[in-house]
Design a protein around this ligand. Sequence first.
Ligand SMILES: Cc1cc2nc3c(=O)[nH]c(=O)nc-3n(C[C@H](O)[C@H](O)[C@H](O)COP(=O)(O)OP(=O)(O)OC[C@H]3O[C@@H](n4cnc5c(N)ncnc54)[C@H](O)[C@@H]3O)c2cc1C
Length: 394
Amino acid sequence: MDTRLREFKPIQIQKYVPELDLLNNPLLHEQEKEFLAAFYDFLEKELDKDLRTLEELNYLVEEPTQDIKRDIVIKIMKKLAEKGYYSTILFPEKYEVGRIMRNVLIAFALCGGRWSETSERYIAGNWSIEMGRLAGGTLYCNPVSYKANEYQWEKFLVPVSRDGDVGASAMTEFNAGSDIARMELNLQTQGDKVIAKGKKVFITNGMICKYLILYGRINKGPIGAIIVDTENQQLQNFKASRVRTYGMTDAFVSRLIFDKVEIPKENMLEGSGMDIMFHQLTEERLVISAEALGDAMKKLLYSHTYALQRKQFEKKLHQYQVIRFPISKNIRELNLLIAALINYAREMDKHPELGSSKLMAQQSMGLKVTASELAFEAAVHCFRTMGGRGYIRQ
Ligand SMILES: Cc1cc2nc3c(=O)[nH]c(=O)nc-3n(C[C@H](O)[C@H](O)[C@H](O)COP(=O)(O)OP(=O)(O)OC[C@H]3O[C@@H](n4cnc5c(N)ncnc54)[C@H](O)[C@@H]3O)c2cc1C
């Protein structure tokens, strides 16, 4: 059953807003704009139909939608990979735009969507799809590419980064969240095998992934990392199930159980697990900042549009300062944070050694926190501006 109220007309974004168009941002270089424009084109031509189907499925109740969604999500990751948009680590020589800059531009655009001049309509983004892209394309691929030997590179990295198989990264446990050093999952070495025992939680893509990077304690001692081939989720003694989240309706956030799972020892990555985890942290923080800013942009566009269309007490909502001022304030803040994001990403590409700078890691965390707060604030204004319709997600 479709739960939408037919009496409400769909909200049409009818107007181009220059301040909310990243392609219009004077700070972006020509090549960066070209890369972004090509991605927006891809979003419209290749992903729009799938993203709309995912949205439509949200309105159905009493009908199973999870398997349909899973197949769509897996298909989307393949499409992204075909164009080099899933992971940005391979073939750097093919691009004029740096790896981290490409990663943040894709994240912003995939979350925020864009007004299409050719079809004169808004092509919506989807944050949960971007979460899946980040988990597989960055959180899995980056640490594997950092430490993989030749065998691991070919067998476990190329199928994900180039061909778009779904990857995941399993760090978080019930007790080890922010405090990752409290990790308990044990990786017991036994001849040419490693036996994994323990649980993970909040793992994006966990129940749909082909491969995952698993962090745990080697023989209850130091933290290490190993690649797990889930054998298309059929791996013996491995169980993945869905964790329901607010929002993120298309990200398969999961709980994983490893009940003495046997993994070949050759899948173990060389070096300290803490180093492998933290090595990618600054990039991940910048990508999440870009996601939050893209999402804020999308919410602002919706609030702005609705305020221009909806009439109450004989005036359009946008004529009331209490509606218009918070939207303008958020737009100003959004562009300031985008300026910081562009600069951080460019510098990180120019000076990869910044990846191990503690100060850079702190600053990117600051950006991530502020960008996430803006995304929340923009959502609050969106709910308020839309009144009842905000609450029924229509
Ligand atoms: C949608 C989603 C997807 C995720 N995907 C993945 C994934 O793919 N892989 C993965 O490994 N994990 C994933 N996570 C888990 C995520 O990394 C953790 O939720 C995060 O690390 C926080 O841990 P926690 O939830 O245990 O919170 P806690 O550590 O319990 O923290 C609770 C609150 O306390 C604050 N806090 C904690 N310590 C301090 C301190 N010292 N000072 C001040 N404040 C503090 C935190 O900021 C937070 O606000 C995902 C989570 C979500 C929600």
